[in-house]
Design a binder for this molecule. Structure first.
Ligand SMILES: [Zn+2]
Length: 429
């Protein structure tokens, strides 16, 4: 099965000096055409209102005017510039008027010179130079030729119908476009993976693969600590890391299991409550900051929409499920555990665990409603998604369990209290 999806892309481009000059001239010309047309249109509407003329000018009349301007000596420079952006500027004005007459916005205003600006152009699919360039994954902008870009190799894009070239206030250039892509669904893949979103290492799969945080992410985090500002060019690099990661997951696995992290909730949880103040607040706050900054919300968002495209399933394990403290070996709960522990030995069976991988394995076990004991062939535990109550020095306070669901039944297992049915599953439809 195949699905058609419109994907939008924004890429940083690096125009050469000549192209930058052309951009400035074209943008200026677009503004000129827009403002002059706005004035003429305004006059035309006034005349119609006063009964001097029967019909106000149409967009066709105005574009004929523009053709005339190109022939006039003082505005002949318009002829030297790519024509499509000028046409698009007129269309933008036409749209603005249409919306105004529908009462959707205010009357169109004059465009002023601004540091941040953009031009739009149509791409003719029959034009060979453009088609060839796009076929070779090169950003071709009509009149400008090929723009040096940061088009990632993994991204295969078809030639779009419309392109926007913009410059931001810092003088960086971007190209934005939308392309329709065919996406194959692969629901037959039932390979499952658990994904632990860590802090130091960005992501650990239950397969044991570790994907390191991009340097940019680390730098970015440091930067964000000082100022919550709009992101630097590094943002692009970070986005790229996230897309690489989520693309990899979606392509290889049919079932992706994640922890239902509530970033906001985790930020709050470090403080604890009045009766049960949180322990190790500083460390946890640090951890929480890390969680927020590594863009976990974004990773999850990408996984969810890409999974939807590809027909993969996304399962979540309960955010309070003790994925770190439970041994994926036999299900034994580790009462004493610190955030600093990277590797540990199971007190019950002696298995040695890498902290993050163990968590990832627990996530893939818990999310579909299983238990580590059942996975290890231990029949004693029958309850679905069983999780153990936190020990006395658990940083996450035991009272938390009550927040979500009341305790239903408890039983004694290995001298420990066991609470069934805590793991909730949710699948992205
Ligand atoms: Zn064990």
């Amino acid at each position: 099965m195949v699905m058609h999806i419109n994907k939008s892309h924004t890429l940083r481009v690096y125009p050469n000096q000549e192209q930058r000059r052309l951009f400035a001239r074209t943008e200026g010309a677009c503004r000129y055409v827009y403002n002059r047309a706005l004035a003429e249109w305004g006059t035309s509407y006034q005349q119609k209102k006063a009964g001097e003329i029967e019909k106000a000018k149409s967009v066709i009349d105005i574009s004929q005017d523009v053709t005339q301007w190109k022939k006039q000596e003082d505005t002949a420079r318009l002829l030297e510039l790519p024509s499509s952006p000028l046409t698009q500027a007129l269309r933008a004005l036409d749209d603005a008027f249409k919306r105004f007459f529908k009462g959707q916005n205010r009357s169109p205003k004059k465009h002023r010179r601004q540091k941040a600006c953009s031009i739009r152009s149509q791409l003719d699919p029959r034009q060979k130079t453009a088609a060839d360039a796009w076929a070779n994954q090169k950003i071709f902008f009509p009149g400008f030729g090929i723009l040096k870009s940061s088009l990632p190799k993994r991204l295969r894009v078809a030639q779009p119908k419309m392109l926007t070239l913009s410059r931001d206030a810092c003088g960086r250039y971007f190209v934005a476009f939308m392309v329709e892509v065919e996406q194959a669904l692969h629901p037959e893949n039932d390979q499952a993976v658990g994904v632990d979103l860590g802090v130091k290492i960005l992501v650990v799969y239950s397969t044991g693969e570790k994907i390191k945080a991009h340097k940019a992410v680390i730098k970015l985090r440091r930067k964000l600590k000082h100022a919550q500002k709009t992101l630097s060019p590094k943002q692009g690099a970070m986005k790229d890391t996230q897309h690489k990661l989520t693309d990899d997951l979606i392509q290889r696995f049919g079932v992706i299991c994640l922890e239902d992290l509530n970033v906001k909730g985790m930020m709050a949880s470090a403080k604890g409550t009045e009766e049960a103040p949180g322990k190790h607040v500083a460390q946890k706050a640090g951890l929480n900051r890390g969680i927020a900054h590594a863009g976990f919300g974004e990773i999850r968002r990408q996984i969810e929409y890409k999974a939807h495209w590809r027909g993969c399933r996304v399962l979540f394990c309960d955010r309070w499920a003790p994925t770190s403290r439970t041994g994926s070996c036999c299900g034994a709960y580790q009462a004493t555990f610190s955030l600093k522990i990277r590797a540990w030995t199971c007190s019950n069976c002696g298995a040695v665990h890498d902290r993050d991988r163990n968590a990832a394995i627990n996530i893939v076990t818990f999310a579909p409603g299983g238990t580590p004991e059942a996975r290890a062939g231990n029949v004693r535990s029958k309850a679905r998604g069983e999780v153990y109550p936190p020990g006395p020095d658990e940083a996450i306070q035991p009272t938390r369990w009550d927040l979500d669901e009341p305790r239903t039944e408890s039983q004694l297992l290995n001298g420990q209290e066991v609470m069934p049915s805590e793991t909730r599953c949710r699948s992205a439809a």
